[in-house]
Design a protein around this ligand. Structure first.
Ligand SMILES: Nc1nc2c(ncn2[C@@H]2O[C@H](COP(=O)(O)OP(=O)(O)OP(=O)(O)O)[C@@H](O)[C@H]2O)c(=O)[nH]1
Ligand SMILES: [Mg+2]
Length: 221
C-alpha cells in the first residue's frame, strides 16, 4: 500500500519545488490521495480521519529539507506516522511457558498465515535454537496441509504427519500430543482462513483454543 501511495503522491507533488515550507494547499492535495489509498486498503473511516488529521498537523508548515522535494517530505511524514500507528516497537513472541508452547495463527483467508508460520518456525529454530513442530489445521482448502508440509521441508522444520479425515480440533490435539512426545519446545498451529468472520469459524477457533491452550494467538493481517 505504501508503495502505491508513494507513486501517487510523487505524481501530484512532483510539481511542487523550491519552497521553504509545506503549505496548507500542498498538504491537502497530498492528503486527498492518502485518504483514498487508505480507504482502498479497507482502513476504517474513523482511523483514516484521525490518521490524516495527525499528518496534516505535522506537515503544514513543516520545513522542507534542502535536499528533498516537498512531495518527498509529505511521504516521509506519512511514513513516520504509519510506523507510529502500526507500532514503532516490535514485540517479541512470548515463549515463557512450559513446553510445548503453543502458538495459534489466525486471520482472514490469504492473509499469510501459512507463510508466516513457516517464517516464525524458521526464526525460532535458527535464532533461538528451538525445536519446533508445525501443524496445519486447514482441512477445507485442498492441499493446504500439503502446502505447510512443503514449507516445512524448505525451512527444515518438522510438520505433523497428515492424517486424512481428521477435524481441525482432532489435529490440534494430536499436534500438542506429538510435540509432548517428541520433546518439541514450540508447536505452531496454522488455522484455516475465511473470507469473512462467520459463526462456524468462531466456534471452531474457540474449540481449537480450548484443546490446545495456546500461549500466543497471532493475528496475521
Ligand atoms: N508479498 C508477500 N506475499 C506474501 C507474504 N506472506 C504470504 N504471501 C503470499 O500470499 C499468499 C497467501 O499466503 P498464505 O501464507 O498461503 O496465506 P494464508 O493466510 O495461509 O491463506 P489461507 O490458508 O488460504 O487462508 C501466497 O501467495 C504467499 O506467497 C508476505 O509477507 N509478502
Ligand atoms: Mg493457510
Amino acid at each position: 500500500m505504501f508503495e502505491s501511495l508513494q507513486e501517487r503522491l510523487g505524481s501530484i507533488l512532483n510539481g511542487l519545488t523550491g519552497r521553504g515550507a509545506l503549505s496548507e494547499a500542498d498538504v491537502s492535495a497530498a492528503l486527498r490521495e492518502v485518504r483514498r489509498a487508505l480507504l482502498e486498503a479497507d482502513v476504517a473511516l474513523e482511523v483514516v480521519r484521525s490518521f490524516t488529521d495527525k499528518v496534516r498537523e505535522k506537515a503544514v508548515g513543516a520545513a522542507v529539507l534542502k535536499s528533498i522535494k516537498p512531495g518527498q517530505m509529505v511521504v516521509k511524514i506519512v511514513h513516520d506516522e504509519l510506523v507510529e500507528m502500526l507500532g514503532a516497537e516490535g514485540v517479541a513472541i512470548d515463549l515463557n511457558a512450559p513446553a510445548p508452547v503453543v502458538i495459534m495463527m489466525v486471520g482472514l483467508q490469504g492473509s499469510g498465515k501459512t507463510t508466516t508460520s513457516a517464517k516464525i518456525a524458521r526464526r525460532l529454530t535458527e535464532r533461538q535454537n528451538k525445536k519446533v513442530l508445525m501443524a496445519s489445521l486447514d482441512t477445507r482448502r485442498p492441499a493446504a496441509q500439503e502446502q505447510l508440509r512443503q514449507l516445512g521441508e524448505q525451512v527444515k522444520v518438522a510438520t505433523l504427519p497428515i492424517v486424512g479425515g481428521q477435524t481441525p480440533v482432532d489435529i490440534a490435539r494430536r499436534a500438542v500430543q506429538a510435540a509432548k512426545l517428541g520433546g518439541h519446545d514450540v508447536v505452531i498451529l496454522d488455522t484455516a482462513g475465511r473470507t469473512h468472520i462467520d459463526e462456524p469459524l468462531m466456534v471452531e477457533m474457540a474449540d481449537i483454543k480450548k484443546v490446545s491452550s495456546p500461549h500466543e494467538i497471532l493475528l496475521v493481517a
